[in-house]
Design a binder for this molecule. Structure first.
Ligand code: ZN
Length: 383
């Protein structure tokens, strides 16, 4: 790490601008003149950076067709990054190159009471399989990004808010770094879902959006000013425990009437037990879409609560887009129509007119792909 303001730190910052410009390009390749325009760096500075990073094997240039001249791109041999996403009952891994292109994903069921060491061991095993599928090995890995369904403060330790008991009290970044042996960044899974939907999904071009992940819990990642907003404590967006009714059902957090106690998977499954015990969320949504009255009612009521919560978010933050992901989003328009209706009822009129509600474009891969993109921030550039 160089001292801020030093020549070395300026050089690193300029290198990052060049690399980020290449990642932001749809084809992940630009001519030197295009890099200079995108980064607002002097052509001579760009030329020097391209020369340094090419000599180190991080960039490569190829003479392109047409008049654009030699095209610069991030070399495939520069390495790979991985995203590791722990959910309530699954583990998903994504592997990508240093330009941020996703090369493959793999998912396995994982019980929510797993010990963190057991979860990380499975992640490392799956990651090795993905690497082998690309003809790569562990030394090709440059960084890992990891998502957990828990509020993660700046300190990085998972506290009691987690729905993964085997991770409570654990310094997640530290144990993950020790396991993977490369720089590892950890964030809340909904923040990472927001990052992915903003970069590659339905939120491309949006400057203020929320990504709501409605599965076992209700996570929320915020993009404000085009960047993930983590707030002063690093835990912004915890809307799952917004009180909908003081006298409502008891929530796992100890409070009553939280949003999650109405729309979380456990709550919906428990309520449906009167009609059918031991049902999964996928089956419950299937029944609702087939017209089962009780199942439909549960989804429609969930939409009302989510609509109210989304309206509060949109009012406070001036959001233009609300992306819905997670298991419940498979209910489609049955859910979205209700959320849109809730926003019409509860948001300020000018806010309600503008804010859009959309289904996550990356489906159940949002958080894993977001973890992969987050890992890019930890990749060290050659000096
Ligand atoms: Zn709660």
């Amino acid at each position: 790490m160089s001292a801020p303001g030093s020549t070395a730190s300026l050089r690193t910052a300029n290198q990052r601008r060049v690399v980020e410009a290449l990642r932001a390009d749809r084809e992940s390749e630009l001519s030197q003149a295009e890099i200079a325009r995108a980064t607002e760096l002097a052509p001579a500075t760009v030329s020097g950076i391209v020369k340094t990073l090419s000599a180190a094997g991080f960039l490569e240039s190829e003479r392109g067709a047409g008049r654009r001249g030699a095209m610069v791109k991030i070399a495939r041999s520069a390495g790979l990054v991985a995203g590791v996403d722990f959910g309530h009952s699954h583990l998903q891994i994504a592997l990508g190159d240093l330009a941020g292109n996703v090369l493959g994903t793999i998912s396995r069921p994982l019980k929510n009471d797993h010990d963190h060491a057991e979860g990380l061991a499975l992640a490392a095993e799956l990651l090795d399989n993905l690497l082998a599928g690309q003809g790569a090995e562990h030394p090709d890995l440059r960084a890992v990004g990891m998502g957990l369904p828990a509020p993660i403060s700046d300190g990085g330790t998972i506290d009691s808010g987690s729905i993964l008991p085997g991770w409570v009290g654990v310094d997640a970044a530290k144990v993950a770094r020790a396991r993977f042996g490369v720089p590892t960044l950890v964030d809340n899974d909904a923040n990472l879902g927001a990052l992915a939907e903003h970069a590659l999904g339905v939120g491309v071009g949006s400057t203020s959006m929320a990504y709501l992940k409605v599965s076992s819990g209700v996570g929320c990642g915020l993009i404000l000013g085009g960047k993930v907003f983590r707030g002063g404590l690093g835990t912004a967006g915890e809307i799952g425990h917004l009180t909908m009714d003081d006298l409502g059902p008891l929530c796992r957090c100890g409070s009553r009437g939280c949003l999650e106690a109405y729309v979380g998977a456990d709550a919906l499954i428990a309520q449906f037990a009167a009609r059918q015990p031991d049902i999964t969320m996928t089956e419950l949504i299937g029944l609702a879409l087939d017209g089962d009255t009780g199942a439909r009612r549960l989804i429609e009521d969930s939409a009302q609560y989510l609509g109210r919560a989304a309206a509060i978010l949109a009012n406070v933050l001036g959001l233009e887009l609300i992306v819905i992901g997670g298991d419940l989003s498979a209910a489609g328009d049955l859910l979205f129509d209700g959320i849109r209706n809730g926003i019409r009822r509860h948001a300020l009129e000018p806010v309600a007119r503008i804010v859009r509600v959309e289904q996550a474009a990356l489906g159940d891969k949002s958080s894993a792909i977001g973890s992969l993109l987050f890992a890019l921030e930890a990749v060290e550039l050659p000096s």
